[in-house]
Design a binder for this molecule. Structure first.
Ligand code: UTP
Length: 472
């Protein structure tokens, strides 16, 4: 078979554009050299125009409008038979059945860090980058359980090269090469207010990653599910790249996922109690008997503020984007009929666009485009029963989303120190605190020293002086 010339492939791309009434995307092609034309042809081939047309015609429905919404059932932090669940989880981990799965394909626009978010220096004293923090946890898990944990990292076409280079520059954090798989997620074109796909500049369509929910089909399409199966992995421990306090693989959570009567062993999730009714996190609910997450913006205010007879919020189960998903379940969702695909949500964004009259790319001052994204928690809807387990904010949630203020590196560092201080205190080592109870100084505990408080029982912890920075 002879390879097609660039002009033949360009002709084929033009046919596609004509068929889908999208010839505006061919604007300015005469300015491009052969490499740029080649990239354009490939981009056209990667776009699912039919899916785009379907989405354009289908406005997002407020599915919850007429549904009966109840709070989700939640397994408490210290469940009955905790030790038995923890043991069951540890056994599954020792058999190598649990892999880590980091979603790192987001654009991190709020943080404004020049590079993939996972390269951000997040550890409160040493400034270790997020990817290193996770890798060191996995190294410690491997040592504890005598295994090699598989690690899947989802990137996007926009940050894949930089992410890969970072792993290479760091010698894959000393982890066996065949146990790590980086793969890019899909992208979706941005839509302008006339319902057309947008052009960013000649030869380049404005696209963005298709949301963390895109991780499920990306796992399938990239071969990661096959890789997992071939290594005996049966469940993925899903977490976001921007939470340095996440327990990458948690034996108790694994045990609950595998053996709790409320679990269908398909998808389980962690929650933390919301700090107040207005906190901007999705909430686990039950809709017509099924567990689901409702985005904070979609939960009617009346419900968000409802309290029980003890004055506690009824809809209190805040989602922190930590899930366990079985490989079979993901396969069922991604290979099933069209009805079982995750829905797309719309978001208004500012997207730079090509102005053909002026012959330049323009930066809009106000949102001018709709982006389409899938959310991973929508997969819960397809699980027979989604288990929700309560955890503690300080123990597991110190997200870095913004450059300053709420959910910033600074607030995360305080939470990291607070957790470390609690671990010290739980092991009878006092930590200096001021009158407000804040730790005076900073503490960072390396995963090699301990993955949880009880791991410190045999460690000779140093005494901390006020104002000291302590790394153990
Ligand atoms: P966020 O919703 O916080 O988005 O992602 P973001 O892209 O990181 O940041 P902003 O909104 O642009 O400031 C939550 C998690 O989901 C991942 C992110 O990498 C992060 O770990 N994510 C998000 C993806 O992997 N792909 C996406 O398409 C979106």
């Amino acid at each position: 078979m002879t390879a097609q010339s660039i002009s033949e492939r360009l002709d084929a791309a033009m046919m596609v554009l004509k068929t889908h009434d999208a010839m505006h995307l061919a604007d300015g092609l005469d300015r491009l050299d052969e490499d740029a034309l080649d990239a354009f042809v490939q981009q056209i081939a990667g776009i699912d125009f039919e899916e785009f047309a379907r989405l354009r015609e289908t406005p997002e429905t407020g599915e919850t409008a007429n549904a009966k919404i109840e709070p989700a059932l939640v397994v408490p932090r210290r469940p009955e038979n905790e030790d038995a669940y923890r043991r069951a989880g540890a056994e599954a981990i020792s058999r190598g059945e649990i892999a880590a799965f980091t979603v790192a394909g987001g654009q991190g626009t709020r943080l404004g860090w020049n590079g993939p978010k996972g390269t951000f220096p997040a550890a409160c004293i040493t400034g270790k980058p997020l990817f290193r923090m996770f890798a060191e946890q996995l190294n410690a898990i491997d040592a504890k359980y005598g295994i090699t944990t598989s690690w899947y990292v989802m990137t996007s076409p926009l940050n894949d090269r930089d992410t890969r280079a970072f792993f290479e520059d760091n010698n894959w954090f000393g982890r066996p090469l065949d146990s790590i798989l980086l793969f890019p997620q899909g992208v979706m074109p941005a839509m302008d207010d006339d319902g057309r796909i947008m052009l960013a500049e000649p030869g380049r369509i404005a696209v963005s990653p298709d949301g963390h929910g895109g991780s499920l089909r990306a796992l399938d399409r990239s071969g990661a599910l096959e890789h997992a199966r071939s290594r005996g992995v049966r469940h993925l421990s899903y977490f976001q790249v921007d939470n340095p306090s996440v327990r990458t693989i948690d034996p108790l959570f694994v045990g609950l996922h595998l053996e709790h009567p409320e679990s269908s062993v398909e998808m389980s999730s962690k929650m933390i109690p919301k700090a107040n009714a207005a906190e901007k996190v999705g909430v686990f609910c039950r809709i017509d008997g099924r567990t689901q997450v409702i985005e904070y913006s979609d939960l009617p205010t009346g419900l968000a503020e409802e309290t029980d007879d003890r004055g506690r919020l009824r809809f209190i189960a805040g989602s922190i984007a930590i899930h366990l998903l079985s490989v079979d379940f993901i396969q069922r969702l991604t290979r099933g009929d069209a009805d079982s695909g995750l829905p797309f949500h719309r978001a208004r964004k500012k997207v730079p666009y090509w102005d053909s009259d002026r012959g330049e790319t323009r930066q809009p001052d106000a949102p001018n485009a709709t982006k389409f994204e899938m959310f991973v928690f929508d997969a819960l809807h397809f699980a027979d029963r989604g288990l929700v387990y309560e955890t503690d904010r300080v123990e597991e949630f110190a997200p870095i989303k913004n450059a300053t203020g709420v959910d910033s590196a600074e607030s995360s560092a305080m939470l990291q120190t607070e957790r470390a201080a609690r671990w010290f205190e739980a092991n009878d080592v006092a930590v200096p605190r001021n009158a407000e109870g804040e730790v005076e100084g900073r503490i960072e505990i390396s995963p090699a020293t301990g993955l949880e408080s009880c791991d410190l029982a045999d460690v000779d912890l140093p005494k901390m002086e006020p104002g000291q920075d302590l790394v153990v």
